[in-house]
Design a protein around this ligand. Structure first.
Ligand code: GUN
Length: 286
């Protein structure tokens, strides 16, 4: 079977168009959603991500400010900025780009963000609410994956979902979201004994392993839906996912390409979370 491609770029464009309509309506009512992005240091990949987030805000009419701090910024100074943003009425969402330089304790920074403005969904309040199935901000990449499944008409209910990778940013939250959508979820990681066997059971396979082409066609069940979160740059400059696209697409029914799959959805869901944060803060009069 030749897999159908899940076009993340196209889906992201559709979702962004919907968000833009909502932002226009909110602005007419006097609410302009606002996002603050904080970048510490000059990690080249982070700079690109931050610029893309700022650009996406501009395109959707969301107010945004980027705070660029030098790489040797002390933790206390960053905490001071977050405190200011927590109380800033123009700002409804705060995102501190990760990774942070080593003198800064990432956990202390994430914990300092007001949970109502934690549009990354990384803080303990949001993570806890995600686990118990209460109101929260879904982390952007997992949120984007669930939207993609919805858009192609794949309902996780009753299906076997296998998640490869147990990061706090993707693996753990996407597993939890699939569980809430009634999938039977297995999480795999570097100590999993027989990864190929686990993957071959998957009706939905989400791969966020951070290793190029670690999942090959022989590890995929005929007709599975394959979501590849990986972005790996090879020595020859080529960007590939964690899934070997050529062999996997012979077995899968649907598959995300890299690039152009999950990637475009992540920033889109950040925009959605920012608008949601603005609406919630507005309705509470805060
Ligand atoms: N670094 C890589 N991905 C992310 C993300 O989704 N959010 C933040 N804050 N930093 C990241």
């Amino acid at each position: 079977m030749a897999a159908q491609i899940i076009d993340g770029k196209k889906i992201a464009e559709q979702v962004r168009a919907e968000i833009k309509v909502e932002v226009d309506e909110l602005k007419q009512k006097g609410l302009e959603p606002g996002l603050a992005v904080v970048l510490v240091g000059d990690n080249p990949a982070s700079q690109i991500y931050v610029n893309n987030k700022h650009k996406a805000c501009g395109e959707l009419g969301i107010y945004s400010e980027v705070h660029r701090l030098p790489g040797d910024t002390p933790q206390e100074e960053l905490l001071g900025l977050i405190d200011k943003l927590n109380y800033d009425k123009k700002i409804h969402g705060i995102l501190v780009q990760l990774p942070l330089p080593e003198q800064i304790d990432e956990k202390a920074i994430i914990n300092a963000i007001n949970p109502a403005k934690d549009v990354d969904g990384f803080g303990p309040a949001n993570v806890g609410n995600l686990v118990i199935g209460d109101d929260c901000f879904f982390p952007c990449t997992p949120h984007g994956i669930l939207v993609m499944l919805d858009k192609i008409g794949v309902d996780p209910k009753g299906k076997r979902a296998v998640v490869v990778g147990r990061s706090n940013i993707v693996g753990k939250p996407v597993a939890m979201m699939l569980l809430h959508r009634h999938a039977t979820v297995t999480m795999c990681h570097t100590r999993t004994q027989d990864l190929a066997w686990e993957c071959r059971n998957a009706d939905i396979l989400v791969v966020a392993a951070g290793r190029p082409r670690v999942i090959t066609g022989d590890m995929i069940k005929e007709g599975a839906v394959v979501i590849d979160v990986g972005v790996n740059r090879l020595a020859d400059g080529k960007v590939v996912g964690d899934v070997d696209f050529a062999s996997a697409s012979e077995k899968a029914s649907w598959i995300t390409p890299v690039p152009g799959g999950v990637g475009p959805m992540t920033i889109t869901m950040l925009m959605k979370n920012t608008v949601e944060a603005a609406k919630r803060q507005w309705s509470r009069g805060s």
